[in-house]
Design a protein around this ligand. Structure first.
Ligand SMILES: Cc1ncc(COP(=O)(O)O)c(C=O)c1O
Length: 360
């Protein structure tokens, strides 16, 4: 029998959301931080217009997409790389910059995919404690080891929803050795832009990468397009490990049009924030602890792991899928994506019902 390499055989597959609704029950998924809104109609139109040319390979340099990103964000298109979702870029970063002789470091409640990619590369995965659900720069600096190769932080964080101020990011970068690559994953950056100071300029130091995605605020998770800003020598190494035809022509065209339609994306962020704040207030009124979120989801403290599991099971039986957080070291918490007003209100009503019926 053919066997995988021992470190791959020893790994668990990355745990995606479970989408198996009970028989006969309609599923509402608030489990994957997808957008409450379809992509911009301009994005759909642009993607459709490419289909008749489907016999051709897509542009390996994402020229039109990079031009759109560069003009909207005022960055140099030469520093942009695009990926098949930001997961693709995260995977390639670890493939190129970490291996059995390095460690990958992330906050304790970081996005679980960082651990998965470290395991794939046989790199040790280290974590640093957080202050509750807020990233601690001091703890990250204290946890960096002589063999640390990459430090990942998501800003805002998933599943925490919390935000690292720019001054803290600067302090983190200044405190890390120059040869450690700092990866700032801004998958939810658009939701936080109004509070955050953009950190795209941090790539000029040569040892920091900033990632973004079209999956969240642009409502294009199914298109699979992520992008990032990379110092030139890092981009050159990345190119060697990337699939040279990684994003379909339709997805490239759709993403470029979505980027040029900033009004639509901003509206999505405003709608999301409005429903999120109403949901947070309603959940707090029901007695669930919810920290302020800078994203398109809220994280609820259910008190303990058993209560979280019981609430999750109660909702799932009725077709409402939230996301348990044991994988991020927060088994007492449930994450709820901000969905349409109706779906979000239904989730809150079910949580209310669960409590009324004795939280069993
Ligand atoms: C922090 C973070 N990074 C990256 C991703 C992956 O996004 P993409 O769809 O661009 O691969 C997600 C998706 O949930 C995320 O939460």
């Amino acid at each position: 029998m053919t066997r995988a390499l021992p470190h791959i055989a020893a790994m668990s597959p990355y745990a995606l959301a479970d989408m198996q609704a009970p028989d006969g029950v309609d599923l509402i998924s608030l489990s994957q931080n997808e957008s409450l809104r379809a992509p911009s109609p301009l994005a759909v139109e642009a993607a459709q217009a490419t289909l008749a040319q489907g016999m051709l390979y897509p542009d390996p340099d994402w020229t039109n997409l990079r031009a759109a990103i560069a003009s909207v964000h005022g960055v140099d298109s030469a520093n942009i790389l695009c990926g098949n979702g930001s997961l693709d870029l995260i995977g390639c970063l670890v493939r190129a910059f970490a291996g059995p002789a390095q460690a990958v470091l992330a906050p304790a409640h970081a996005y679980p995919f960082f651990r998965t990619v470290a395991q794939m590369a046989q790199a040790r995965f280290d974590t640093a404690p957080e202050d509750g659900t807020t990233v601690s720069v001091d703890a990250l600096l204290a946890a960096a080891q002589p063999d640390t190769g990459i430090v990942f932080v998501a800003n805002p964080g998933n599943p925490t929803g919390t935000h690292i101020p720019r001054a803290d990011l600067d302090r983190l970068r200044a405190g890390l050795r120059d040869d450690i690559l700092l990866v700032i994953d801004e998958a939810y950056g658009e939701f936080a832009d109004h509070q955050a100071v953009a950190c795209f300029d941090m790539i000029t130091a040569g040892n920091t990468v900033v990632l973004r995605t079209f999956s969240k605020a642009y409502g294009m998770a199914g298109f699979r397009v992520g992008w990032g800003l990379f110092p030139p020598h890092i981009a050159a190494e990345m190119r060697k490990v990337m699939n040279p035809n990684n994003i379909s022509a339709a997805a490239q065209a759709g993403a470029a049009a979505a980027m040029r339609d900033q009004t639509y994306m901003r509206q999505t962020c405003v709608m999301t924030a409005q429903i999120r704040e109403e949901a947070a207030t309603a959940l707090c009124a029901l007695g669930f602890m919810v920290d302020p979120s800078f994203t398109n989801f809220v994280l609820m403290d259910m008190g303990d792991a058993e209560r979280a599991a019981r609430a999750d099971a109660f909702l799932r039986k009725r077709g409402m899928f939230l996301r348990a957080q044991g994988g991020a070291g927060l088994p007492h918490m449930l994450r709820m994506t901000v969905g349409s007003l109706a779906d979000t209100q239904r989730a809150i009503a079910l949580l209310d019902q669960w409590q009324q019926e004795g939280s069993t």
